[in-house]
Design a protein around this ligand. Structure first.
Ligand SMILES: C[S@@+](CC[C@H](N)C(=O)[O-])C[C@H]1O[C@@H](n2cnc3c(N)ncnc32)[C@H](O)[C@@H]1O
Length: 300
C-alpha cells in the first residue's frame, strides 16, 4: 500500500519521501519514535497510521513556536506529544516522557513550506519582509542583526562556507558599503538587490542569484550544522541497540555531515550505502523534494 503525503491540520507542507520514511521506521516495529523536525506533522501522521498499536508513542520536536501552538490548538492523536525545542534537546523530551531510550529518530532538515509562505519570517527571497531567517523568532538574533554587527571578512567567509557562493567577497563588500552609507540591509528585497548586483546570472538561469546567500545566512543564524553534528554524535546514546536514525537532507553540506557521522562512528551500522533519492513521480508532484537525500543508520 502506498501512503499518500497528506498535510496535517492547516499546514501546507507536503512531506518529502513519505513512503521511505514509513518503510525504514516501521520495519523495526518501533514503540517510541522521535520526530525531531515535526513541522507540519506529515511524517508523524503517516507513522501513527501505519503503527496502530496503543503503546506506540511519538515525541515531536520543533524549534518553531508556531508548530507547537498549531498542534496544541487542534485535536490530535493521543499517542503524539509535541515539544517546542531543538531536536538536540531530545533527552529533555525523553525525560519528560519517562523514556530511557528510543527506537527510532527521524530528521527532515531545513524549513517547511509553512515557514516559506510566511513573509514575516524572511525565508523566501520572492516575498519582501524583514530579513529574520530564524526558526525560533523568540530566541537568538535575526539575520539583519548579524549582518549589522559582523566584520566584512566574517560575512564573506560565512556566505562562502555555508552557501558555497563564489561571489561571497563581493556580496560582503556591498553589505558593508550599505552599512557605511547608513542604509544597512534589513529586508529580503534589500539582500536580493545586493545579490543581483554581485552574482552574475547562471548560464541556464536555473539558480536565483540570492539562493546561496539566503541558505548561508539561515544556516548561520540557526546554527544548523552545529546542531546536526552534535546530535548525530549524541544520538547513539539515545537509541536502543538496533534502533534507527533516518535523516533527510537537502544540500551537500548537510548530507556530508550525515555521511561522515555515520561512517566515522563505530556505534552506527549504515543501512543505506548510497543516499536514497525521491522518485521522479514524487519530484514531479512535489518539486521541493528534488534535492532530498535520505540516509539510514542503525545503532549497533
Ligand atoms: C522540512 S520541515 C519538516 C516537515 C515534516 N517532516 C513534515 O512531514 O511535515 C523542517 C522543520 O524542522 C524544524 N527545525 C529546523 N531545525 C530544527 C531543530 N534544530 N530542532 C527542531 N526543529 C527544527 C523547522 O522549524 C521545520 O518546521
Amino acid at each position: 500500500m502506498r501512503l499518500s503525503p497528506v498535510p496535517v491540520s492547516d499546514s501546507v507542507h507536503v512531506s518529502v519521501m513519505p513512503d521511505e520514511i514509513v518503510h525504514w521506521v516501521s520495519e523495526i516495529d518501533p514503540k517510541t519514535i522521535v520526530d525531531g523536525t515535526y513541522g507540519g506533522g506529515g511524517h508523524s501522521d503517516l507513522l501513527l497510521k501505519k503503527l496502530p498499536d496503543d503503546d506506540v508513542r511519538i515525541f515531536g520536536l520543533d524549534r518553531d513556536p508556531e508548530v507547537s501552538e498549531r498542534v496544541d490548538s487542534q485535536p490530535h492523536d493521543k499517542r503524539l506529544t509535541v515539544f517546542l525545542g531543538s531536536y538536540e534537546a531530545t533527552p529533555k523530551a525523553m525525560a519528560a516522557m519517562d523514556a530511557d531510550s528510543i527506537d527510532a529518530m527521524v530528521l527532515d532538515l531545513g524549513l517547511s513550506s509553512d515557514q516559506l509562505a510566511d513573509r514575516s519570517r524572511g525565508f523566501s527571497y520572492t516575498e519582501d519582509g524583514p530579513l529574520d531567517l530564524r526558526f525560533d523568532p523568540e530566541n537568538g538574533h535575526p539575520a539583519y542583526d548579524w549582518l549589522a554587527w559582523k566584520k566584512e571578512e566574517e560575512i564573506a567567509n560565512a556566505i562562502y562556507q555555508f552557501g558555497e557562493e563564489r561571489y561571497s567577497r563581493r556580496i560582503a563588500r556591498e553589505i558593508i558599503a550599505r552599512r557605511r552609507k547608513e542604509d544597512p540591509v534589513k529586508t529580503v528585497d534589500q539582500l536580493v538587490d545586493v545579490c543581483r548586483r554581485c552574482v552574475p546570472r547562471s548560464k541556464n538561469h536555473d539558480i536565483h542569484p540570492a539562493t546561496r546567500t539566503f541558505q548561508a545566512l539561515r544556516i548561520v543564524v540557526n546554527d544548523e550544522l552545529g546542531i546536526l553534528t552534535r546530535t548525530l554524535a549524541a544520538a547513539p546514546d539515545w537509541l536502543r541497540p538496533g534502533g534507527r536514525m533516518v535523516v533527510i537532507s537537502f544540500h551537500s553540506l548537510e548530507d556530508r555531515i550525515v555521511k561522515n557521522a555515520f561512517r566515522d562512528d563505530e556505534r552506527w551500522n549504515i543501512l543505506t550505502k548510497k543516499p536514497l533519492r525521491p522518485t521522479d513521480a514524487e519530484v514531479a508532484a512535489n518539486p521541493r523534494a528534488r534535492s532530498a537525500k535520505l540516509r539510514v543508520a542503525e545503532r549497533v
